[in-house]
Design a protein around this ligand. Structure first.
Ligand code: ATP
Ligand code: MG
Length: 468
């Protein structure tokens, strides 16, 4: 599809319409002007030639040759035009300006008409100077008999010049009107394009998950209708979101109690000596572990519903990130050793203090470490870097694992998004981590290369706790 926006479309359509209108109008005006000037000239010449022919018939009914010889010019001398007298065959006997036509036989349309007893008109270009000429011929009669032809010719040079100057003025006028229409249409198109752009911006924000935004409905036309529809859509999405969140919240609450008693009973049964065989003991072990796993998921779901409903409040306190990272590293060491993964903690000073909710930051780090270990093959390395950078700290977990594709990087922080890997779980960890980081006024950066590894970096403000 050609990249043609609606604004250029409106402007170009409008412009084409205006252009065609101007063109038709100007052609009509030019035609009319041409017709007006030429027919006025024809009218003047017709009057003059008629008068001359009538005078001739009334007073000079003589032989044409005599009249020429005696230079008897009273019947045509009032005219400015070139006068030619011809005999009936069209041979020029007299020419008022003594042109080279004298003695020649002329056979133009007007003369042929006059030979047939009618008045004739002919417009042609004079060969030597390319100027338009209008010639009128009429029969000269003596006692009812046609004895010759009179021909009046005028140059149309002045008329043509006037017409040409009118055409030039019309063209200038046309260009001016076109430019003006271009300007007006561009202003007019803004009244459509501007609200559309606003609505597009709102639609973008909705697409990014901001369902609380509302489009302004201040028009009663199609654009107003579109704004109303967008609002209706977001209200519906909000309702559905609410239903989903309520469902998740209530189901996770409901699951908690039976899970606690399943785990409790598994532990109780294990601790008593009922003469259990190995199979039963292994089974109870699995029940305990799996209910632990299930509890973890339920807790994550509960956390999720607390975040989306905004029921989370941070319990901020001064927190040493280095000691937090060290203690978590000790906790994860056993698992890392089992999976033959190196777990390293790096920091540029100790302590690195920030004002934050300890349990929540711990949750973020646990999720990063859990992911890093889950998605790294044995023999790999997981590094935790903690850096003190002025008013901020950065907390980074780098692994040498399977990596994330470029398309997936944008998606991993979305709620319930999980990869196709068998280690992928509920897909909530990163979205909850991001919420926690943002609640602390920080942000998250993810870098990854497929097959090479991944880095999750959190940049947190110290929250007023500068270098002590
Ligand atoms: P949960 O954390 O809720 O138990 P999860 O680990 O699948 O489940 P997230 O932590 O949100 O969910 O991660 C989402 C997805 O991002 C994962 O399923 C995985 O595909 C991908 N991912 C996350 N961390 C890494 C990593 N270090 N290396 C490769 N892929 C990762
Ligand atoms: Mg995870």
């Amino acid at each position: 599809m050609k990249n043609k926006n609606i604004r250029t479309k409106i402007i170009s359509n409008f412009f084409v319409v205006i252009l065609i209108t101007i063109l038709v109008f100007e052609l009509a005006v030019i035609h009319f002007v041409h017709y007006f000037y030429y027919s006025s000239m024809e009218g003047i010449l017709t009057n003059e030639i008629k008068l001359s022919a009538d005078l001739f018939e009334a007073y000079l009914n003589d032989d044409l040759n005599n009249i020429v010889l005696q230079d008897y010019d009273v019947f045509y001398k009032r005219t400015e035009a070139q006068v030619q007298l011809m005999d009936n065959t069209g041979i020029v006997l007299m020419d008022s300006i003594g042109s080279s036509d004298l003695g020649k036989k002329l056979e133009s349309e007007d003369i042929i008409s006059a030979q047939n007893g009618n008045m004739g008109k002919y417009i042609y270009k004079r060969n030597f100077n390319n100027i338009n000429v209008m010639s009128l011929s009429a029969p000269l009669k003596s006692r009812g008999q046609q004895i010759g032809i009179i021909r009046l010719s005028v140059s149309l040079e002045k008329i043509d010049a006037v017409i040409q100057s009118i055409i030039i003025k019309l063209i200038i006028f046309g260009i001016a009107v076109s430019l003006l229409s271009l300007l007006l249409s561009s202003l007019m198109s803004l009244s459509i394009v501007k609200p559309l752009r606003k609505l597009t911006l709102i639609a973008h924000q909705i697409a990014e998950g901001n369902f609380h935004i509302k489009a302004k409905v201040d028009r009663s036309d199609e654009i107003g209708e579109l704004a109303r529809t967008i609002n209706f859509m977001t209200e519906n999405i909000q309702k559905k979101e609410q239903i989903k969140n309520d469902f998740i919240s209530s189901i996770s609450h409901e699951l908690r109690t039976p899970l606690t008693s399943i785990k409790g009973w598994a532990i109780t049964l294990q601790s008593e000596d009922y003469g259990m065989n190995q199979l039963m003991s292994d089974g109870l072990d699995i029940i305990e572990k799996e209910s632990d796993r299930l509890s973890g998921m339920v807790e994550e779901l509960l956390d999720f519903s607390r975040f989306v409903s905004g029921r989370i409040t941070l319990q901020k306190e001064p927190l040493n990130l280095v000691s937090l990272a060290k203690s978590l590293s000790t906790q994860f060491k056993i698992r890392a050793n089992n999976e033959k993964i190196d777990l390293i903690v790096n920091y540029d000073r100790d302590p690195i203090m920030i004002l934050a909710d300890k349990n929540r930051i711990k949750q973020v780090l646990i999720n990063f470490l859990d992911n890093a270990l889950k998605f790294t093959e044995s023999g790999g390395t997981v590094v935790i870097n903690i850096l003190d950078v002025g008013e901020e700290v950065t907390l980074e977990v780098i692994d040498t694992g399977i990596g994330i594709t470029q398309e997936e990087i944008e998606l991993v922080t979305e709620r319930f998004y999980k990869g196709s890997n068998s280690h992928s779980h509920t897909g909530l960890g990163l979205s909850i981590s991001e919420e926690i980081v943002e609640l602390h006024g920080g942000y998250m950066e993810i870098k990854s290369r497929e097959g090479e590894g991944t880095s999750f970096k959190v940049i947190l403000p110290k929250g007023g706790l500068f270098r002590e």
